[in-house]
Design a protein around this ligand. Sequence first.
Ligand SMILES: Nc1nc2c(ncn2[C@@H]2O[C@H](COP(=O)(O)OP(=O)(O)OP(=O)(O)O)[C@@H](O)[C@H]2O)c(=O)[nH]1
Length: 295
Amino acid sequence: MSRRFGHAALIGRPNVGKSTLLNRIVDAPLAIVTHKPQTTRHRIMGIHSEARGQIVFVDTPGLHRRRDHALNRRLNRIAADTSRGVDVLVLVIDATRQTDEDDLALAQVAQHEGQSILVINKIDLLKDRAELLKLTERWVAGADFKAVVYVSALRNDGVEDLLSEVFKALPEGEPAYPEDQFTDRSERFLAAEMVREQLMLQLHQEIPYGLSVIVERFERTGTRIEIDALIVVSEDRHKGMVIGRQGQVLKRVGSRARAAIGELLGERVHLNLHVRTRKGWIDDEGQLDELGYSR
Ligand SMILES: Nc1nc2c(ncn2[C@@H]2O[C@H](COP(=O)(O)OP(=O)(O)OP(=O)(O)O)[C@@H](O)[C@H]2O)c(=O)[nH]1
């Protein structure tokens, strides 16, 4: 059997479960997952390798209706750029809830020249199978999908079916990455994302949007990895919230992130966190560059 190789983009509105699905596929906490929408800000690749071949999955930030911040405009552009030039578009929707932001993603599928697959995710939350049929009929009418796959990323149901459908849609080809590599991202980047994940879990709704994490030092000493990470907030009053009374919040973030990074990399980690205010960074093109957001 000849092997297949290609790229598949996961698209869909924020919070439908794209990151959870990507983590299932690569079997690692690669894309950060929280209960808050707009978590994914960067383009992340997850590489799946097996006997049938290799699929490079590209996770994209969910498309946003609001274009009033420079950050949102960049996120929408990354999502649109990513879906061009891939072999397969995988549109993910939430079985329990659709909004007009899903229509933005559907329009992207309708324009795509390659093949597309529809993933109806979170089926664990759906009690009535008849609902699922109605939902499917409605969505397949909107674009020319090669397949429809029912998934619960949370319970790891249907992920294998999705992989089979993607392989069918890919051209023959040899793997481009070593078989043990599961992402294109550096360990440094993954460490910063894990600190950001913990911050988002610990803080209130308002702050995480204006918050970024930079790893300033990532160094292997004999027995462990030493990491210095800087947390950037956009307002002074947020600094206190990140630190918490007697440093409690920051301490909790630090110990959980340290454990998560250690687990992902399989090594002992020492993590130092610092907090600094940079006013208005989410609207400042220069600071967005510096913080690593691609243009
Ligand atoms: N019940 C259930 N919840 C799910 C499932 N998949 C994802 N979720 C939850 O849905 C929420 C959003 O998941 P994410 O994976 O962050 O969604 P996303 O599409 O990557 O969101 P953005 O990063 O904002 O684009 C999280 O709370 C997940 O735990 C599923 O199959 N079933």
